[in-house]
Write a protein that binds this ligand. Sequence first.
Ligand code: C5P
Length: 235
Amino acid sequence: MTDGIQYWAVIPAAGIGRRMGADIPKQYLELSGKTVLEHTLDALYSRPELAGLVLVVDDQPVVKDIVRRYTQRKLILARGGKERCHSVLNGLQALHSHARPDDWVLVHDAARPCVRFSDLGYLLESVSNSASGGLLGLPVCDTMKRADADGRISATVDRAGLWRAFTPQMFRFGPLEAALHQALDDGFEVTDEASAMEHAGHCPLLVEGHADNIKITRPEDLPLAEYFLAQQGRL
Ligand code: C5P
């Protein structure tokens, strides 16, 4: 922390995870005795730099039990919204009485429990020295194809300079909130925080992370996440 600037996290955890095909949202599924969400909270709270965290959730009975286990640092609750970007905005709204416009906010998907301690550190270090924020990601390593409406290849896309965008995505509180509002007002499709920042004219920094920062999306991702957590010594 420099000049009284603080770091906060916003965890959007109010999705329903339709592609998972489970009875409960994927962030509440169990991974070796804990929910996916708890593994994600553990990853974020492992960083001593964070002043506190906003958890954006729907009214789920399990939330109360989870929240009770996290008393060591500030945990603020906010309500989910229609799309992920609305949930993030609700989370930012809940930060108003705690954070200053220059503080940093790390937005991290609840469905990414395997983010590494070291990648979080690398992001914090790299982006704290940048002007317009940044995010974890990874250059693509497969050959990229563009498909036509029939599922046939219409082009092979040059992969030079192409990255996959992960979370956390780290921006100053004030500019991030302004960019999200502006994007929604303009009818711009907000796929992630960086896209809203780009729309507002910023050039976020891409910070190279690791491929184990998967977003749990389909049933086969659960055993994979379990493997990655075990590899990191977190089980
Ligand atoms: O659906 P997807 O995997 O892209 O969601 C990414 C993250 O955003 C998840 O952690 C999910 O819970 C969250 N989300 C949310 N509010 C929504 C939709 C998704 O908090 N309306």
